[in-house]
Design a protein around this ligand. Structure first.
Ligand code: DGL
Length: 271
C-alpha cells in the first residue's frame, strides 16, 4: 500500500457533531496526530436516509479528505459505517487507510461482554442494516444482542438538547421499550450518544455498563496506526474543521471539545 507521510492528518467524518466525540478521544489517545474533521451538517441526519444517499455523501467526503492529504480516514458515524464503509474503502484504495466505528466495538464487546445480554441503540439506518447483529453472529454468537432504533436522539443532540428536561423525556420514552429489559450492557451505537451517556446511565440506575464507541474506537485506531508504522513523530498541526454548512451548534460543540480558537471552513459538497 502506498503510504502518505506520517505527519499527514487523520481525516474524521460524521454527519455533524457526533464524530467530535470520537475526534476528541482520538486527540487524547494520539496527541501527536494532526486531525482534520469533516461535519456534513448540510445533510444531517444521516440515520433517516437511504443507503445509497449516505454512500454518495460518504464518497464525496472521502474524496475531500484525500484531496487534503489525509493518511487515514475514520468514518466516525455508525450510520455511514453501516451504509458505506466497504464502498469508501474500495474508493480510497491504496491511497489511505480507512476505518469504521462498528468493527472495533464488536471486537471489544466480544472480548469483554461475551455471554451477556447486550443492548444496542442507534439510528434507523444502523439498526435496520442488521450489521451489528450479523457481525456478532459471525464472531461472538454468545452475545445476545437487543437492537433498538432511537431515531430522534441524534437530531435532538445536534440541536443542543441534552442534559435537560426535553432530552430526559425523549430518552425515557425510548429506553423503557421492552427490547432493552434485562440488559447487562448497552452499546451507544451512534457517535452522538456519548453526549447523553450520563442520562442513559441514570435511566438504568447505573446498573448497565455503557459501551462508549468514542473511547473504544480511539484506542483501536492508536493500535492500528502503530501496527502500520503510521504514527506521527513530529509536532501536530492544530485541528482543522470542515463543514458543509455553518451551524451554531457545530461551532459550539467544536469549541467545547477542542477549545478556542476554532476555525470552521465551509466546504460544500457538490450535487
Ligand atoms: N452520528 C451518527 C451515527 O453514528 C449519525 C447521526 C445522524 O446523522 O443521523 O450514526
Amino acid at each position: 500500500m502506498e503510504s502518505r507521510p506520517v505527519a499527514a492528518p487523520i481525516g474524521i467524518f460524521d454527519s455533524g457533531i457526533g464524530g467530535l466525540t470520537v475526534a476528541h478521544q482520538v486527540q487524547r489517545a494520539l496527541p501527536q496526530e494532526s486531525l482534520l474533521y469533516f461535519g456534513d451538517t448540510a445533510h444531517m441526519p444521516y440515520g433517516d436516509k437511504s443507503q445509497v444517499t449516505i454512500q454518495s455523501y460518504s464518497i464525496k467526503i472521502a474524496h475531500a479528505l484525500l484531496e487534503k492529504g489525509c493518511k487515514a480516514i475514520l468514518i466516525a458515524c455508525n450510520s455511514a459505517s453501516a451504509a458505506a464503509y466497504e464502498l469508501v474503502r474500495e474508493y480510497v484504495g491504496s491511497r489511505a487507510r480507512v476505518y469504521n466505528v462498528i468493527d472495533p466495538v464488536v471486537q471489544y464487546t466480544a472480548q469483554h461482554h461475551a455471554g451477556q445480554q447486550v443492548g444496542l441503540i442507534g439510528t434507523k439506518q444502523t439498526i435496520s442494516s442488521g450489521l451489528f447483529s450479523a457481525k456478532f453472529a459471525a464472531t461472538a454468537p454468545s452475545v445476545n444482542l437487543k437492537p433498538l432504533a432511537t431515531p430522534l436522539l441524534a437530531h435532538m443532540i445536534e440541536q443542543g438538547f441534552y442534559n435537560n428536561s426535553v432530552s430526559q423525556h425523549i430518552i425515557h420514552s425510548y429506553l423503557q421499550d421492552e427490547t432493552l429489559r434485562g440488559i447487562d450492557s448497552l452499546i451507544l451505537g451512534c457517535t452522538h450518544y456519548p453526549l447523553i451517556k450520563e442520562e442513559v446511565s441514570t435511566f438504568f440506575e447505573e446498573k448497565v455498563t455503557m459501551l462508549d464507541t468514542s473511547k473504544i474506537v480511539a484506542e483501536f485506531l492508536r493500535k492500528e496506526l502503530e501496527k502500520e508504522g503510521l504514527l506521527n513523530d513530529g509536532v501536530p498541526e492544530p485541528p482543522q474543521f470542515l463543514v458543509s454548512d455553518f451551524t451554531a451548534s457545530f461551532e459550539a460543540s467544536a469549541r467545547h471539545f477542542f477549545g478556542e480558537p476554532v476555525h470552521l471552513e465551509k466546504y460544500p459538497l457538490w450535487d
